[in-house]
Design a binder for this molecule. Structure first.
Ligand code: FA5
Length: 364
């Protein structure tokens, strides 16, 4: 390890020789430096104000020089310092480069290793059908309305013209919230059995013309089987304006079914009953699987019943303050799971709720 020699000879040649020796030692040591810590030690040894090699040069060469030689020695020592500083700063650059190399090595990624495979999620088939339905009606100028899943007896039944104790209530096996015996019947809470209460909530909110669809979850105390689930989805539709006729209802639903199942599909309207529509109809489509010849999904009948609909009953308009003498409208409601079963030829509604990947993967 280099140490600063005491000089006897302060002639320019002797100083130059000593300086060259010092620089050679500094250069040699600088080349061996690697890493931040080693550089720190190196720099201290050479540059530290207190007892660093260059400070010693000051003491042993400059201060010790006899008076007449001081000027010459001073110039040479300064030049030496400048060169030494350059060498140290070059070493600093190299050291920081090697620290970066070290970091890069530690952070290196082996791009040839197999990656982590994240399976892509897709829309659930029921939501996919719902999205398709929504887009069909939005294109016809309908907007989307929403309502609560926990509903009052008034909105779910009474304002839809199901009087208290009317037998039509039995067609929708209802789940009531417990402990409400003290409340008036119309205020009792229940899990909505259909999306039709959103019709009332919408008409209370806006004046005609009304064109809304209401997609949503509904609940019934139905035992689960291949075509029934206690929780399922419906899509409700409501159109109210001046001069709306049964022809508009037929045209709208015919167009919607053709958009969903293809233009070859035919619709048929058979009389039915709902308290909130008069007249009421059940709408069927010609079986999209066999084209109407008869097959298993359509139970050999050639037709598949898909939804309920009708002209809004004037009594319902009475509940929301619309004047049935001036306006008219139609409404419809469909079960989204049943439509999805049709679209994808699924024969058990429960499959939609099991969360079984083998089933769901087919829709990816
Ligand atoms: C209604 O719920 C009426 N609100 C529909 C309506 C709206 C008629 C507007 C007129 C005007 P319904 O109880 O028939 O009607 O049920 C409608 C659809 O929901 C059925 O056609 C069927 O597709 C579906 N659905 C009924 N119960 C279940 C169930 N337990 N599981 C799955 N889908 C069901």
């Amino acid at each position: 390890m280099y140490s600063v020699p005491k000089l006897e000879d302060f002639s320019p040649a002797a100083i130059d020789a000593a300086a060259a020796e010092l620089l050679a030692a500094l250069r040699a040591e600088a080349e061996t430096i690697s890493g931040a810590k080693a550089f720190e030690e190196f720099r201290n040894r050479w540059m530290a104000r207190k007892n660093g090699v260059l400070t010693q040069v000051n003491e042993l060469w400059l201060k010790a020089a006899p008076g007449p030689a001081k000027r010459e020695v001073g110039q040479r020592v300064n030049a030496l310092k400048t060169q030494a500083e350059e060498l140290v700063s070059l070493a600093a650059e190299r050291a920081s480069g090697s620290a970066q190399d070290e970091r890069l090595r530690a952070e290196a990624v082996d791009v040839t290793l197999p990656g982590i495979e994240r399976p892509l999620g897709v829309r659930h088939p029921v939501l996919r059908t719902l999205d398709e339905l929504i887009s069909v009606f939005v294109k016809m100028g309908y907007s989307i309305a929403d309502g609560p899943e926990v509903e009052s007896d008034y909105y779910n039944f009474e304002a839809l013209n199901f009087p208290p104790n009317h037998p039509a209530r039995d067609t929708q096996d209802t789940l009531f919230i417990a402990g409400q015996e003290e409340r008036a019947q119309r205020d009792r809470l229940l899990l909505r059995t259909h999306t039709s209460p959103v019709q009332i909530r919408t008409m209370e909110r806006i004046t005609p013309p009304v064109r809304v669809i209401c997609p949503g979850k509904v609940h019934r105390n139905d035992a689960p089987d291949a075509t029934h689930s206690p929780v399922f989805h419906q899509l409700e539709g409501l159109c109210v304006d001046t001069g709306i006729t049964f022809g508009d209802l037929k045209g709208t639903l015919d167009h919607a079914m053709k958009s969903l199942f293809g233009s070859a599909v035919k619709t048929s309207f058979r009389p039915s009953f709902f308290p909130f529509t008069e007249p009421s109809v059940e709408v069927s489509i010609s079986c999209p699987f066999c084209g109407g010849r008869g097959c298993r999904p359509c139970k050999q009948s050639g037709w598949i019943e898909l939804l309920g609909a009708g002209m809004v009953d004037p009594n319902v308009f009475g509940f929301v303050g619309y004047d049935p003498a001036k306006i008219s409208g139609f409404a419809f409601g469909m079960g989204v799971e049943r439509l999805t079963m049709m679209s994808y030829n699924v024969d058990d509604i429960q499959q939609f709720f099991y969360g079984d990947m083998r089933f769901l993967e087919q829709f990816a």
